[in-house]
Design a protein around this ligand. Sequence first.
Ligand code: PEP
Length: 254
Amino acid sequence: MRNRMIAGNWKMNKTYTEGVILAQGLAKELADGSGDVDVVVCPPAVDLKGVAEVIEQEAAPFALGAQNVYWEEKGAFTGETAPDMLTNVGVRYCIIGHSERRGYFGETDEDVNRKAKALMAHSLIPISCCGEPLEVREAGTHVDFVVDQIKKDTAGLTIEDPSAYVVAYEPIWAIGTGKTATADDAQEVCAAIRATLTEVFGATTADGIRILYGGSAKPENVAGFLDQRDVDGALVGGASLKADSFAAMVRAAM
Ligand code: PEP
């Protein structure tokens, strides 16, 4: 049994003050709880502590996620954030391998793999992103492309609790473009991801790992994705920046 997950990636949006206001708004929207749905918000690093305080003060039914991490414990890595620093401010999840980090900052599958290991060593839950660019989709090799990413991203990982590792399938051509994959497109790749996870970790573990869809998901279309057998939730960018639209997506998942 996999609990659904709705995770919001605020990206480089919301100052500290705006982030606190958004988190307060979300706490109000979700005052009646989120049922069995695991809700996660991933603000910019400087907002994490403020959002953590809102979660605590309001007993809000969502958890805190970061957008990036470095795999070393500490030291001369200017600008980076260690896993320990995340746990210390109440972070429980961390996005890794987002296509924007891969595309703009050169994050490789090997980096994603090291980050996953470092996070899990600190009991942080990776939300590990994968997904193909438009030219790969148009060439029809998207399934092979994503399967290869999953194999590299999970190499040598040990997963004892399947709820402690999350995959997000985000076709790059559908991120922030308003172009969504169809529910069938998402299911095709998510099923291939689960089959690959089965090869790597065995069926029991793979059956318990959440696979999210991301890419222009919004209140109007999220139900179609959630209906798919291998889609267990959504990673949401733009529509997570307003409390009402994000809460509507949580309610659609309940
Ligand atoms: C994302 O970047 O993770 C994302 C899914 O963005 P959007 O929902 O805006 O397409």
